[in-house]
Write a protein that binds this ligand. Structure first.
Ligand code: ATP
Ligand code: MG
Length: 440
């Protein structure tokens, strides 16, 4: 860091301290007889003997001057605090840089978003925190072009943890005495908004899929009905020992199978509205385990439960919740062809506590509603980072006989139930799905 910026940083730090800290609130001038002579001039002047009269008291003009000065200080202090509070309390993040591209100021929200202490960034080149490999200087240079403004642009910034945050920003020139001395960058962290956008896109795709499926199911089912009736009539017209009878009944059986498939798909793609009720999620998990126990045993999969002893009931559709648990636990089983462990843990949390929560309904903005979290961890193959985003997409599958609908349906069902689904995974180590369900 150059000397110039060290100086700037010091100047900033001084400015940032409360003015009232810098100036003693009250200065007592003692008379010769030691009785206090309160003058309260926020001034740094000590009791100056040359200004004392014979009795040791301070002359009136001097006191008046000090009092006037004090009034001015108070005014400056008020104005300063007013502006400082606006800047520090606003929900947008602000960073200022000088014409050399060094950070000269950041507000509390900017520091919080980037996970730094203010002092850690002051004086540093802005390029240090821009996550656009090879383009950092170009981006900063363009921001510094005289009088040029950017509106709602996007860029990646690097937080202290190394995480790259998608940022939406605008810039404005910082002018002092008719001269541009830097640039003001206001920005917002778009992480949550991007998640929401993805969720909406996904829902959109599912909705389209649902409509499509309904249409197809309808169109295919009608002729199927006709074929089936015709086949049954044909069946009746044959003698009991006619060899063709077997072929016709096979036609009927196959039609039934297709019908079944369509019904299943229909159910998947267009789930019914939830019928919500209060219920105990742990007995539901036990139920799903019983259904899958034989399969787990044959694959040498151990199933462990780590349930909270004080778990409240959830408020959701029990059948839909069961469907979600079934899909996710089945995925875990399928991810461990050589065996392993499935651990189901339950605990209580709130939206505020859970970083992974996406606020997709109004109810989510009440950060105090307790949620039940169900963590399903496996020690299976894991999911490569680049595929994590895709697993919730309809028809995304890596399995030869998979439909790729399980997780997209889970996601949709949980959204309908004001719940949430979150995943963490490491290739070769395993995967953890966290289901969140509201308690009211
Ligand atoms: N626990 C897990 N471990 C590893 N990969 C997983 C896990 N759960 C899901 N996946 C990955 O996500 C993909 C999508 O899962 P999803 O349940 O939506 O579909 P599927 O299981 O492939 O098919 P379907 O559930 O429709 O039969 C899977 O194919 C798999 O690649
Ligand atoms: Mg599945």
């Amino acid at each position: 860091m150059s000397k110039r910026f060290e100086e700037k940083r010091e100047a900033f730090e001084i400015l940032n301290k409360e003015l009232s800290d810098l100036i003693p609130l009250e200065q007592r001038v003692q008379k010769k007889d030691k009785s206090p002579h309160v003058v309260d001039p926020h001034a740094h002047l000590p009791n100056d003997p040359s200004k004392s009269d014979a009795t040791g008291a301070v002359p009136k003009e001097w006191l008046d001057e000090q009092a006037a000065l004090h009034e001015k200080y108070k005014l400056v202090e008020r104005v300063y605090k007013f502006y400082r509070n606006i800047i520090q309390n606003m929900s947008s993040s602000i960073i200022c840089m000088d014409m050399a591209g060094h950070i000269t100021f950041l507000n509390a929200n900017a520091a919080k978003t980037l996970e730094y202490q203010v002092e850690e960034l002051l004086g540093h080149p802005m390029t240090d925190i821009v996550a656009e490999p090879g383009r950092e200087s170009k981006i900063i240079d363009r921001m510094l072009i005289g009088n040029k403004r950017f509106e709602s642009k996007e860029v990646g910034l690097i937080a202290k943890s190394g995480a790259v945050l998608p940022i939406g920003f605008s810039t404005a020139p910082l002018i002092e005495n008719h001269e541009q001395i830097g640039v003001i960058i206001t920005f917002r962290d778009l992480t949550e908004m991007n998640l929401m956008r993805k969720q909406v896109e996904r829902m959109d795709r599912l909705a389209t899929l649902g409509e499509l499926a309904t249409g197809i199911a309808h169109e295919v089912r009608n002729p199927l009905g006709g074929i089936k009736t015709a086949a049954q009539v044909l069946e009746e017209s044959f003698e009991d020992n006619d060899r063709r009878l077997e072929l016709v009944s096979r036609i009927v059986r196959e039609i039934d199978r297709v019908n079944h498939l369509l019904t299943d798909f229909f159910k998947f793609a267009k789930p019914v509205k939830p019928t919500r009720d209060h219920f105990d999620v742990e007995s539901l998990i036990d139920g799903v385990y019983l259904l899958l126990a034989a399969q787990m045993n044959s694959k040498k999969i151990r199933f462990k439960e780590d349930f909270s002893s004080t778990l409240p009931k959830v408020y959701a559709d029990p059948h839909q919740t069961e469907q979600v648990l079934m899909n996710i636990i089945l995925n875990a089983v399928q991810a461990m062809p050589q065996g392993g462990d499935i651990i189901v843990r339950t605990y209580t949390t709130t939206v505020g506590e859970s970083k992974s929560m996406i606020h997709h309904t109004d109810e989510f903005f009440d950060k105090n509603i307790p949620f039940v979290a169900i963590e399903i961890s496996d020690t299976g193959v894991g999911i490569p980072q680049e595929n994590i985003e895709k697993i919730f997409n309809p028809f995304y599958t890596t399995k030869p006989d998979g439909m790729g609908l399980g997780l997209s349906i889970c996601n949709r069902l949980l959204t309908e139930n004001n719940g949430n689904l979150h995943v963490e995974s490491a290739v070769g180590k395993g995967t953890k799905f966290v289901i969140m369900l509201p308690t009211r």
